[in-house]
Write a protein that binds this ligand. Sequence first.
Ligand code: BLA
Length: 517
Amino acid sequence: RVRAEPVDASLCEREPIHIPGSIQPNAVMLAADAGTLMVLAYSANVDEILDPLDPPLAGRPLAEILPSAFVQTIRSRLASGTLEDGRSVRTRLTFPGRDATYYAVAHAHAGRLIVECEQEPDSTEDFATASQVDTELAVGHLREAATLAEAARIAALETRALTGFEAVLVYRFDPDWNGEAVAEDKARDWSRSLLGLRFPASDIPAQARALYTKAKSRFVIDRDSVPVGLVAASGAGNGPIDLTFAQHRTLSPIHLEYQRNLGVNGSMSISIMVEGQLWGLMIGHHRRPHYVTPETRSAATVLTDAFAMRVEEIEARRLWAERQAHLDVEGHLVRRLTRSDDFVAALTTGGTTLLDLFSATGAGIVSGERVTLIGRAPPAGLVTAIADWLRTQVPVAEYAYSSSSFASEYPDAAPHREIASGLLAAFVDQSRENLLLWFRPEVPSTVTWGGDPRKPVLAGSGPVAVLPRRSFERWVEERTGFAAPWAEWQIQLAGSLAEAVEGVVLRQRRKIDELTS
Ligand code: BLA
């Protein structure tokens, strides 16, 4: 976990990247009112495709500018509500009096209909175009991957083959939104490697992650190209055009500076969505400008989605097997509980105990003032104090507590972090008198960051308050006081076991009440 930041990295999160007011220069943009289809704004290079003044573009109906069949399709898709949230219609078209063929894509967002007309560059150098067969084969290879690491390796390799980038990385977010390059495929003559390096969360700030959860890909042909501004049609009185889903949105200048520092010119990032969450990014890097055709961009997105589905499959299978083994142990313990009058003995003695759950190396039960410990656990006195702390610190609505760096939450545990860096606790009853505890040992490790994560930003001057760090030199962090993290399902299972205990404890109480009444 990275805390110290000399410059306020939260400044990065405030940049409104969805309304940059400009696009990349290889496209011409028209933005119209999604209801009337009258032009509201256009990119300053609009004269590439038509004469903006004769008649004036402002307020001109799209139907007078674009082929009627295309506008008809746009209308019917708008009417059926199927042109939003990343959906689009595409066509190839030419404009009267112009030679070039354009690839046009239209989408609706935030009350606007946005048309982007993209011209393929003439030069075939650094120009990637893939066939459908390539995509089918690549997806087939992914299907054969048995492990997550293998799937990521194949995804990087196949995506690079498809898109022609000099390097493709599979970047995976951790729960704190730091990330790691878990796979890399790159050109032999590019010695720089980012494989295995960790990067701080501020490198891809929150609003960018939110945008990438909605819009699935970004391609930059040339980092150094001059953005083309959007011109608002006069008198329209409309707010900025929201380019969340625009393919040619210019990326944040701060990020482009970051790319410069990394030695990257042409680039790509495609969102890897797993279970509806941004799991990571498929990142493309090129040292020179690099153009990827619309068809190939779309193929790369399909391939990335296929990777995401493979990840879901592999993860689900692993989780199932792991959970199944635990359910067996839990079932065993619950059977013992129901046959026993002493829940503490049922869970801490015999062939199967609390220690068989969650790869814990220590476990315990606190029942009022009585503490029973098995395996490697802190001394009973400290466990009593921990139980008291949990009783007051854990919000009433929560039935469990977990930490993989407990000493950072509870300093008195620091001398015992070797055996108790991880703590999972579940309350048995509403009164919190009884609780189950599991301890995990410290896993000493080093994390190699791509640059010093305590300094993700430098102070800028003038209008730019922050700049990305310049150095991506390896920076090794020694991590102490951390245990392997607890999985969500483990916390839930601890809760369900505690619930079963409550059933038994209550039954015992009733029995005692009956005997004494
Ligand atoms: C965006 N930062 C990004 C993106 C990546 C990274 C991949 C997505 C944009 C794209 O497609 O290129 C970062 N690139 C990485 C990382 C690796 C990589 C970690 O190759 C490692 C392998 N960035 C900073 C700081 C700020 C910042 C200090 O380092 C802010 C002050 C901002 N990064 C920033 C912003 C975006 C971004 C604002 C969004 C760009 C956009 O979509 O407009």
